[in-house]
Every structure is written in structure tokens, then in C-alpha cells.
Design a binder for this molecule. Structure first.
Ligand code: ASP
Length: 496
């Protein structure tokens, strides 16, 4: 208990110090960022051996593998149920708050961090843009498109926007496919495009489903491990654990080995906890440094304030009302104590923006502090880190509807139903890594025919919302482990 107090005090001190350092002295924040990366690497180093050892040793404690079927089924049912509740909260909130006001093309470009200059002389030569004698080529580099506002230019006229804006050509710096543009005139718009990876995202719902299903079986276990691909490793561990438990005497030494390995990994996680205050502080300092400190980040947050507020309010309702109610009713657990015990994992999730990297701490908090049995934690938490993402699902629904609102598109009940279903699925398909939700959101946008470019409206503060939603993802996993352990398993196996 006292150790936990000390650890939490250390982490809070790390967060305060990191925020002040990165917020006030962004340069200094950037310098300490590597310490945070060391922390993430340390956690990632443990993830694969942890999953294998925890799952195999957990499964073998069941005795009878046939009991795994109902457990798996209930776990998936629980995950989908809570994720759906979370999406519903998001949809209701974004409709009530209505954060997105219809914005003209010019306003949208400016919201995305681009510029629109109506009456200034400009020249474009290859990759260099000069407006009023000032070169913009450095500032507006890789992922911007240039929309020229008048006709004095060599290029094809493609479409016409609001009044005098004529989109003559878009120009993107792309190493593989360089487009060279030359021209001069009066008035120019430079629009930030969503990063290439979003433009290229062509997966539909069935693709995601197929991917999740085919992704369950590793073609090569070691490749999956080296790529930190969790789902196939889970399948293999499940299978190996199940088979080992049926082998009797022959399987015993191997099971003992994995039990021992599991204990050792838990000890290594203890060590990682000591590094948490410094690691978390450095990650926050570095990220704030990258965002240009408080003065760089706060204007972005304020510009998208209503949208960010909607996402954060939704996350708070889900995490502070809905999930605690489930924990209280079905997990029969004191919510305050449970939250306190889970805080190290939650703060790690916030600082790393990765459910997978946080997994070691999630397991540690669940088993050591919240009394979840190792067999449930070993099975339920690795699965949760990859497929149970309440925060991501809520965020995707809010973001997509916000993009529709910004474009002046009204969504009716059929579209909202599609968003409800696809956002749930997109969250299942998102990996537990930073900004994975942003990529799978393309599928939700496409399902209701919204412009993928809309993503660039929310890019600026996504790194921050990613941290918030990852925290809720981990909170949802932790509560899920407790509920499934207490309620579902105990009803079957009164003696643990
Ligand atoms: N970063 C999130 C996680 O690891 C996924 C996402 O929403 O981008 O849980």
C-alpha cells in the first residue's frame, strides 16, 4: 500500500515536471524525449514473453480446457457490449453538443492549419512557394496541397469553389511521384492534406473483418512476435496452453517452465514500475515539446475545443459512470479503490498512447493490486489490449459525425446506425498502438460516404485525444478483467 502511494506520488511528480518542462521549454522537452522512448522500449520488450507465459500458465490453471470456450465467448460478448455502449454515448453527445459548424472551404483550410491568401502576389516553382516575397517551402512541406486561386498558372483547372477560388491544381511533395508546378498570380491556398497513409487506406468493413480473422493465425510465429502482432501470438499461446493441459505428466515440466517464466516476467514488470515516473514524465515533456510547448498546443486545442470537449466528455461519461456501474453491479468491487490501484497503468496508457505497451502494467495492477486471478488476467487482458477499445470506438463515432457537421451534411438514422456498427468494428480492428484509431476511422468515413480529407480537420490535436482514449481503453480492459473474473468465472468455479 505504502509502495503504491509512493509510486503514484512519483508518477504524478513526473507528469507535473514533464508537463512544465515540455510546456514551457519545448526544446528541453525534446531533449529528454529519448528517456521516454527507452521506457516504451522496455515495456514492449516484455509484452511478447508476458503474453505467452501469462496465457499458457493461466490456461493450464483451468484444468479442463473445455471451460475455456464459455470464457472466450463471454469475454467477447462483454467486450462488444461495453464497446457498443461507449459508441452510443459518443453518438448521443455529438448530436446534442453539435461541435461542428458548417465551414466554408477557406475556413476548413485554415482550421487544418493551412493558409488562404486572397490578394497577395505569389510564385510557385517546383517545391518552392513564395508569397509576398516570403518563401513558404520549409514550413509547408510534405503533406500539403496547393490550391492556386487564379488562372495565371500552367496547370489544369479541375474544379471551382466559392466565388473567386479556382482550384487549378493540387501539388504534393511526394518522393515517388513528384509533381512539379510553376506559376504566379495573386492569391493562393495551401491546404494540409491528411497524411498519405489515410489517403491510401482502401479497406472496407469486410476487409477489416477478414483481416482480423486471418490475423488470428500466424504464418510464422516468430515474425508475428518480432512485429509485435499480438492476436496471432494469443492464438498460438491458447493452443499450446490447451494442449499442454491435456498431456498429464508429460506436459508438467513445460507447464512448470511457463509458470516460472510468468513469475519472472512479473518481477521484471516490478522493475519497470520504478522507471515509470521518469519514463512517463519524459514522454509527456517530449510530446509537449514536439507540439511547440503550451503556446503551440493550446491554440490548437482551443481551435478544436468544442470537438475535443465532446470526445473528452464522452470518455468521462463512459469511464466515470457507465463502466464503474458495471464494475459495481457485476464485479461487486469498490470502484474508488479499484481506480486507485489501476492508476499506474492508466497514467502509463496516457503517456505511451499504446494499450499494448501498457499491457505489462495493466496485468500487474489487475493481478497484484486488484486481486484478479492470474488465469483470467492472462487470458482476458492481452485480448482486451488488442480488441477491446471503448475509448477508440467512442472517439471514432464522434470524429466522423463532427466531420459530417463541418461539411454541412446531415446524417439520418440509417447513417447513424452504420456509424454505430462500423465504429465498433473499427475499434476492434485497431491495433493497440499510437493513432491506430485514426487509420481505421477511414473505414467508418467510407461506410457513410464522407470525405476522407475530413481527417485532416482533426489531425492537429489527435495526439492528445489518442492519449485520452488509450487511457479509457486500458480502464475498460481492467474493469473487464475484474468483472469476468468475479462474475462470470466465480459463478462457474467458486474456488479459484
Ligand atoms: N492508441 C490506442 C491504443 O493503443 C488506439 C487508438 O485509438 O489509436 O489503445
Amino acid at each position: 500500500m505504502r509502495n503504491n502511494n509512493k509510486l503514484l506520488a512519483g508518477i504524478v511528480a513526473g507528469i507535473v515536471a514533464g508537463s512544465l518542462l515540455g510546456g514551457i521549454y519545448p526544446e528541453a522537452g525534446l531533449k529528454v524525449h529519448f528517456i521516454g522512448h527507452l521506457f516504451i522500449k522496455f515495456l514492449m520488450m516484455i509484452v511478447m514473453p508476458l503474453i505467452i507465459a501469462a496465457m499458457i500458465s493461466g490456461i493450464c490453471r483451468f484444468g479442463d480446457v473445455r471451460k475455456l470456450g464459455p470464457l472466450g465467448f463471454r469475454t467477447i460478448f462483454y467486450y462488444l457490449g461495453t464497446t457498443a455502449l461507449s459508441v452510443l454515448t459518443g453518438i448521443l453527445l455529438v448530436i446534442i453538443i453539435h461541435p461542428g459548424q458548417f465551414a466554408s472551404t477557406t475556413q476548413q483550410i485554415e482550421t487544418r492549419g493551412g493558409v488562404v491568401v486572397q490578394d497577395a502576389p505569389y510564385t510557385v516553382t517546383g517545391n518552392t512557394v513564395v508569397i509576398d516575397g516570403v518563401s513558404l517551402s520549409k514550413e509547408y512541406s510534405s503533406s500539403y496541397s496547393i490550391i492556386l486561386l487564379d488562372r495565371d498558372i500552367s496547370g489544369k483547372i479541375t474544379s471551382q469553389h466559392e466565388g473567386n477560388i479556382i482550384e487549378v491544381s493540387t501539388w504534393r511533395k511526394n518522393k515517388n511521384n513528384p509533381v512539379s508546378l510553376t506559376g504566379k498570380g495573386k492569391g493562393i491556398a495551401i491546404d494540409k492534406l491528411p497524411a498519405e497513409r489515410f489517403m491510401q487506406e482502401q479497406r472496407g468493413i469486410t476487409d477489416i473483418l477478414k483481416e482480423v480473422l486471418t490475423g488470428l493465425i500466424p504464418a510464422n510465429l516468430f515474425k508475428a512476435m518480432s512485429e509485435n502482432d499480438i492476436l496471432p501470438v494469443i492464438t498460438f499461446s491458447l493452443l499450446l496452453g490447451a494442449v499442454l493441459s491435456t498431456l498429464g505428466e508429460q506436459g508438467k515440466p513445460v507447464i512448470d517452465f511457463f509458470n516460472g517464466l510468468n513469475e519472472a516476467i512479473m518481477k521484471i514488470i516490478h522493475l519497470a514500475m520504478y522507471a515509470a515516473p521518469v519514463g512517463i514524465g519524459a514522454l509527456i515533456a517530449g510530446r509537449l515539446g514536439e507540439a511547440g510547448g503550451f503556446t503551440g498546443f493550446l491554440p490548437e486545442l482551443l481551435q478544436l475545443g468544442k470537438y475535443a470537449l465532446t470526445v473528452i466528455t464522452g470518455l468521462m461519461i463512459h469511464s466515470m459512470i457507465i463502466l464503474p456501474l458495471i464494475l459495481k453491479l457485476f464485479g461487486k468491487t469498490d470502484v474508488g479503490r479499484f481506480a486507485y490501484n489501476t492508476t499506474p497503468a492508466l497514467l502509463t496508457a496516457f503517456s505511451t498512447a499504446s494499450s499494448s505497451a501498457t499491457l505489462p502494467l495493466t496485468v500487474e495492477c489487475a493481478e497484484e493490486k486488484n486481486g484478479v486471478s492470474p488465469r483470467t488476467a492472462g487470458f482476458v487482458l492481452p485480448l482486451g489490449a488488442t480488441i477491446n477499445m471503448d475509448g477508440t470506438a467512442l472517439y471514432e463515432a464522434v470524429a466522423v459525425i463532427f466531420i459530417a457537421q463541418m461539411n454541412g451534411i446531415t446524417l439520418g438514422p440509417p447513417e447513424l446506425t452504420i456509424i454505430f456498427l462500423t465504429a465498433t468494428l473499427a475499434a476492434v480492428g485497431a491495433a493497440g498502438i499510437p493513432e491506430a484509431g485514426l487509420v481505421t476511422m477511414v473505414l467508418v468515413l467510407k461506410a457513410v460516404n464522407l470525405p476522407i480529407e475530413g481527417i485532416s480537420l482533426i489531425l492537429a490535436i489527435d495526439w492528445f485525444l489518442d492519449r485520452c482514449r488509450t487511457t479509457i481503453n486500458v480502464w475498460g480492459d481492467s474493469i473487464g478483467a475484474k468483472v469476468i473474473d468475479r462474475y462470470v468465472l466465480r459463478s462457474n468455479h467458486p474456488s479459484r
